[in-house]
Design a protein around this ligand. Structure first.
Ligand SMILES: CC(=O)SCCNC(=O)CCNC(=O)[C@H](O)C(C)(C)COP(=O)(O)OP(=O)(O)OC[C@H]1O[C@@H](n2cnc3c(N)ncnc32)[C@H](O)[C@@H]1OP(=O)(O)O
Ligand SMILES: CC(C)C(=O)C(=O)O
Ligand SMILES: [Mg+2]
Length: 527
């Protein structure tokens, strides 16, 4: 269990001492991601989604940065209802006035003012002695309080600052009227142990009425762990962004923090007001509007976060979802777990995939046969889509495999006569032939016919892609005439010449088996 915080009694916020406020800074720190610039309409769309999500505070921008930023903050303050609307300001009158103008229309406005407190920032960047920094901080908070009741003060680069100096400046800021004291790990330098201890100390040293806040960056990949550790130490506000976007490696990811508190309530005993079912929608929206894709293996919202490809995992999930899922996909607004079919998949998932596609009536023997072919295909193709499985299942019509394709090689190009080398497994053993043709497919047909001695006439030839992706399956459908007989066949493979050769071989095997009719249709899959 985490230490409690008597400061959670500020008006407008839940009084529960174990409630952690979510301060979303996607529109301010998130927008500071290199290359991201959101227009007003986009900011507003995200703002409305953040309100639906139930965040407590939206930091809408940094109004002194530009007239456009000010107008964007003003629009959110006017149109987004529910959360507190905050604006950022350096410790200076012009910034604070701009921030005040930005949030003046909000029902619950906040000014967030900051100044750096680490030796390197004070000396090299601000070029101010510590005394002057404290004075500027106090003046900034006091001036901000002349506009709004809710003022947040941040000590930029806090985690590289001297703790005693920080306590001093925080006490002064609280005395000047700051209601929230924020501790940014501006450069992502701290560790969970360090920040937990820092917050415990600050909680003990600072007046109870101020809320302590953590603002962590992800330079060492610890932003979420550090935010949670800060909460264990007494933070009751966490600053974060959707998808963890932000300066450099980004900020702490909102969805990960929220789901950590939710999933491990037994460990932390903390809660947030976030509607978890809106998380995925928020993630997609921010990704689309910011142009920053979400990595597939991203926790909670990545494409693979609820996908299973390994047979052992799939079998477990089919028997009981909880075997391999600690969260329910629906709880974060996603569709239920996805079974990705590939070379690591097992029979249980394959059987289920067949049943889902309407092939639940196949005998166990048929399923076993198809499973072997599925594995071969997966080895060659990687991911297997529903269409691939359908194509496999549809190819089950039994045609004696008198001839089987063993290997082929094509030479083709511009101003070169196409040549095909084909090797077949025949009743008399392996046999091969090389043939020329009008094109590579024609050459392959010719080589097969030379080996088998069966020479049907091609009546129709159609090719289409039956699956998605760079390695999609091509499906070739042919109709041939052999004497008075008409035969149709389909070949499926990742290589279109191979798909064509398989279709051709299929009809030849049908001819050999005396299956030719006036109109016969058959299908063939890979091997
Ligand atoms: C950790 C963070 O995320 S902080 C927020 C970072 N976000 C941004 O910077 C985005 C918006 N920024 C901007 O548009 C511009 O930088 C502005 C409008 C804020 C300032 O622009 P400029 O006046 O051209 O100043 P510039 O950016 O070159 O330098 C920053 C100045 O602010 C000073 N400064 C930095 N932080 C603070 C602070 N918290 N309080 C007071 N002054 C500060 C610097 O010392 C420097 O002052 P100097 O010009 O006297 O040396
Ligand atoms: C302005 C402050 C809160 C900040 O973004 C940081 O220090 O990272
Ligand atoms: Mg930041």
């Amino acid at each position: 269990m985490t230490s409690s915080n008597a400061a959670s009694t500020q008006p407008g916020f839940p009084a529960d001492p174990h409630y952690v406020r979510i301060f979303d800074t996607t529109l301010r720190d998130g927008e500071q991601s290199p290359g991201v610039a959101l227009n007003h309409a986009q900011k507003l769309e995200i703002g409305h989604q953040l309100a639906r999500l139930g965040v407590d505070i939206i930091e809408a921008g940094f109004p002194v940065a530009s007239a456009g930023d000010l107008a964007g903050v003003q629009r959110i303050a006017r149109e987004v209802h529910g959360p507190v609307i905050a604006a950022l300001a350096r410790a200076g009158r012009a910034d604070i006035e701009a921030a005040a103008r930005g949030v003046e229309a909000a029902a619950r406005p906040r000014i967030h003012t900051f100044i750096a407190t680490s030796p390197i920032h004070m000396e090299k960047k601000l070029r101010l002695p510590p005394e002057a920094v404290v004075e500027k901080a106090v003046q900034a908070v006091q001036y901000a309080r002349t506009f709004v009741d809710d003022v947040e003060f941040s000590a930029e680069d806090a985690t590289r600052s001297d703790t005693e100096f920080m306590i001093r400046i925080f006490r002064a800021a609280a005395q000047a009227g700051a209601t929230t004291i924020n501790v940014p790990d501006t450069v992502g330098y701290t560790t969970p142990e360090e920040i937990r201890a820092l917050f415990s100390r600050l909680r003990a040293e600072l007046p109870e009425h101020v809320v302590l806040s953590a603002h962590c960056h992800d330079d060492l990949g610890m932003a979420v762990a550090n935010s949670i550790a800060a909460a264990e130490g007494g933070a009751r506000q966490i600053e974060c962004t959707v998808n963890g976007i932000g300066e450099r490696a980004g900020n702490a990811s909102l969805e990960e923090i929220v789901m950590a508190f939710h999933t491990r309530a037994d460990r932390y005993g903390l809660s947030t007001g976030v509607q978890t079912r809106e998380l995925y929608r928020a993630s997609r929206l921010v990704s689309r509007l910011s142009g920053m894709p979400v990595q597939p293996n991203k926790a909670v919202v990545g494409d693979n976060a609820f996908a299973h490809e390994s047979g052992i995992h799939q079998d477990g999930v089919l028997k009981a979802r909880e075997t391999y899922e600690i969260m329910n996909a629906e709880l974060v607004g996603r569709e239920a777990a996805v079974m990705v079919m590939g070379k690591h998949s097992g029979r249980a998932a394959f059987r289920q995939a067949l049943a889902d596609l309407g092939y639940g009536d196949l005998s166990e023997e048929k399923v076993q046969g198809l499973f072997g072919r599925f594995k071969d295909l997966a080895d060659r193709k990687g991911q297997i889509y529903a269409e691939d499985i359908r194509a496999l299942a549809d190819s089950r019509t039994d045609v004696p495999q008198t001839y089987q394709l063993e290997a082929f090689q094509i030479t083709s190009g511009m101003n070169v006569e196409p040549v095909a080398f084909v090797r077949l497994h025949t009743p008399g053993g392996s046999r091969s032939a090389t043939a020329h043709g009008d094109g590579p497919v024609d050459a392959a047909f010719q080589a097969i016919s030379d080996i088998t001695g069966v020479q049907p006439e091609l009546e129709k030839y159609r090719i289409q892609s039956v699956t998605q992706g760079d390695d999609a399956l091509g499906e070739v459908s042919i109709t041939v005439r052999h004497g008075e007989q008409y035969l149709s066949g389909v070949g499926v493979a990742t290589d279109i010449v191979e798909a064509s050769a398989r279709a051709w071989l299929r009809v030849i095997n049908m001819i050999e088996a005396g299956m030719g009719k006036e109109k016969v249709s058959a299908q063939v899959g890979t091997p």
